[in-house]
Each structure stands twice: as structure tokens, then as C-alpha cells.
Design a protein around this ligand. Structure first.
Ligand SMILES: NC(=O)N[C@@H](CC(=O)O)C(=O)O
Ligand SMILES: [Zn+2]
Ligand SMILES: [Zn+2]
Length: 346
């Protein structure tokens, strides 16, 4: 096969940042994606509908001309988010989901939820609203090993949460383990998951053998090869519960190549090509379009994009870095590597 046409994809988990960084990031995603769910972990976080509206305006202002990219906004859940804020968000039409960051779990999560029991009324309002809760599913307890934090979250937090709120719609974000894939498959129709290019293409050896590669470091951390295989199997299984969410998480080169490097992989410039590479490795290119362009829209109850794009089989080399905020550079996933698919973006 030398070319694949597919419905324009959407990114159901994306970090664009703000200010000068936003100017540098948004074009990469707008070139490939029709829509994206925009993560709210700014400093300070996007906790109200009014803040989401203002952030959306800044994103639209930073977009290149001639794009139809539609940013779908999210609210950052805190211990003190009132139930009324959920209703304001739903009524706004611009907020499509609410994000749960366990406090301390990842980049800019210090204002996250310390104990879900504290926001039970708000979670009930969210379940009633029909908007999904997007979950960074890792426990933060110091006694839990970093490689076990996702699996522990499923049993310690998500299972009791769904028992208390059985109609709550949940997207398990950036899943990394066989346990998470199995959990989502066994759960009801209200539970789905996104997967990143790095968790479909890389295992922890790729990050740690022969030298430490900070540009492969993200949270949840890369896992063993058997987990990568389990994710690929789930993504290509034909289940509608799995869809594209890059978790493209830009950090300046100097903040990654550091004694205490930031978590996050910048995958936006070649996101669709990276997923195509993973699906081809699994012998499942015929399942790519559902994952990139159908399942997410269907889960969110939104129309699929009308436009179609072509992926061509053509070798091209990813740049070593791109321009970022304030004269800094940013290093993409697979920098300098040759990919054998190229999305034709007009
Ligand atoms: N994935 C990451 O490693 N980092 C994300 C936060 C997140 O999605 O957990 C970021 O905002 O940098
Ligand atoms: Zn996360
Ligand atoms: Zn993320």
C-alpha cells in the first residue's frame, strides 16, 4: 500500500501551553488535526468556564490563517470546584470535558485533587452532565513504585469511583499497561481510553538502555515491552473504546536535557505518521482510521470530520528541533529519525 486516505483525525489529549509557547505549538497540531481536547494544566490552571473561554480565544488568536482547527476546552478539577461550575461548563458549549489530575501526579498538577471524596457532589454533577471525566490515572503515594502507579490507580481509585458513579463517563488518558487496556475493555460503554504514539512505539529500554534519553521521559513512564504489545493489541482490536490522544506535551529543550528533566514528549509535528508506523508494525493499517478519526468523535457524541487527508508512503526525516518560546528550541519525538509515512496537509 503506497497511500492511505483517512478522515481528518482529532487529538483527544493535547497540551498547547500559553503565551509564546502557544504560538510555537498550535500550528503543528492544526496542520494535522481537525479538533483537539486542550489540557487545562496551565500555571495557574484553567478551573472555570470563564478561564476556558479566555484560553480558547488566545488559542484561536495564535492559529495560523486558513485553518479550521477547533480547540475543545476542558476544566481542571480541584478539591473546591463547585457543582455549579460543571453546569456552567456544559451550558457554555465550548467546554467538552473535565480533567482529573491527582495532586502531584504530573506536570503542573499541584492544584489537583487530593481526595475524590472531597468533590463527590461535583463528580455527581459531572456524571449527570454527560461530559466525560478525563483521568491522569496514577496514584501518587510515596510507597508505590513509579512503574506500578497506573495499575494501582485502577484498583485503589477508579474502581471505587465507578462503583459510586456508575454512569460517569471516563476517559483513561494515555494508558500504558496491559492492566489498563484490560480494565477499559471489561468496563461499560461509558469507559474509554486514549493512547500516545510513544506508548505504542517505545518501551522502557528505549529510554534507558545505552544512555538515558530525556526526550522519551513522560508520565505515565514508559513500561515493559509486554505492556506495549498489549496496548498495540487493544488499539488494533477493533474495539471502539480506544482512540488517538497524543499527550503531546511541549517543554523547552533545556528543561528536558537537565539534571531534573520535565516529563512530556513533544509528538505533535508527526503525530499521525507515528501512529501509522505503530499500526503498520502491528500489521493493522486497516484499523488506523477508526483509531485516529472515528472512535473519539463517536465517544464524545460529535460528528466525524468531513475532510479527508492522504498519508503517503514516503521517507522523510524529522528535524532535530523546532523553534520554541523566547528563542528556545524544542525537540520532537524521534528527532532526526526517518519515518516512512507522510501526511499530506495541503
Ligand atoms: N505527560 C506528561 O509527561 N506531561 C504532561 C502532563 C500529563 O499529561 O501528565 C505535561 O503537561 O507536560
Ligand atoms: Zn497526564
Ligand atoms: Zn497530558
Amino acid at each position: 500500500m503506497d497511500a492511505i486516505t483517512l478522515t481528518r483525525p482529532d487529538d483527544w489529549h493535547l497540551h498547547l501551553r500559553d503565551g509564546a509557547a502557544l504560538e510555537a505549538t498550535v500550528g503543528h497540531s492544526a496542520a494535522q488535526m481537525g479538533r483537539a481536547i486542550i489540557m487545562p494544566n496551565l500555571k495557574p490552571p484553567v478551573t472555570t468556564t470563564e478561564q476556558a473561554r479566555a484560553y480558547r480565544e488566545r488559542i484561536l488568536a495564535a492559529l495560523p490563517a486558513d485553518t479550521t482547527f477547533d480547540p475543545l476546552m476542558t476544566l481542571y478539577l480541584t478539591d473546591t470546584t463547585p457543582p455549579e461550575e460543571i453546569e456552567r461548563a456544559r451550558a457554555s458549549g465550548i467546554v467538552k470535558a473535565v480533567k482529573l489530575y491527582p495532586a502531584g501526579a504530573t506536570t503542573n498538577s499541584s492544584s489537583g485533587v487530593t481526595d475524590l471524596a472531597r468533590c463527590d457532589d461535583t463528580v455527581a454533577a459531572l456524571a449527570a452532565s454527560g461530559m466525560p471525566m478525563l483521568v491522569h490515572g496514577e496514584v501518587t503515594d510515596g510507597d508505590v513504585d513509579i512503574f506500578d502507579r497506573e495499575a494501582e490507580f485502577l484498583t485503589r481509585v477508579l474502581t471505587p469511583l465507578l462503583a459510586r458513579h456508575p454512569t460517569l463517563r471516563v476517559v483513561c488518558e494515555h494508558i500504558t499497561t496491559a492492566q489498563a487496556a484490560d480494565f477499559v475493555l471489561a468496563a461499560g460503554e461509558n469507559v474509554a481510553a486514549t493512547m500516545t504514539p510513544q506508548h505504542l512505539l517505545l518501551n522502557r529500554n528505549d529510554m534507558l538502555v545505552g544512555g538515558i534519553r530525556p526526550h522519551c521521559y513522560c508520565l505515565p513512564i514508559l513500561k515493559r515491552e509486554r505492556h506495549r504489545q498489549a496496548l498495540l493489541k487493544a488499539a488494533t482490536s477493533g474495539s471502539k473504546k480506544f482512540f488517538l490522544g497524543t499527550d503531546s506535551a511541549p517543554h523547552a529543550q533545556g528543561d528536558k536535557e537537565s539534571a531534573c528533566g520535565c516529563a512530556g514528549v513533544f509528538s505533535a509535528p508527526a503525530a499521525v505518521e507515528l501512529y501509522a508506523t505503530a499500526f503498520e508494525q502491528a500489521g493493522a493499517l486497516d484499523k488506523l482510521e477508526a483509531f485516529t478519526s472515528h472512535n473519539g468523535a463517536d465517544f464524545y457524541g460529535l460528528a466525524r470530520n468531513a475532510e479527508r487527508l492522504t498519508l503517503e508512503r514516503r521517507d522523510w526525516q524529522l528535524p532535530q528541533s523546532y523553534a520554541y518560546a523566547d528563542g528556545q528550541r524544542i525537540v520532537p519525538m524521534k528527532a532526526g529519525d526517518t519515518l516512512s509515512w507522510k501526511l499530506i496537509t495541503g
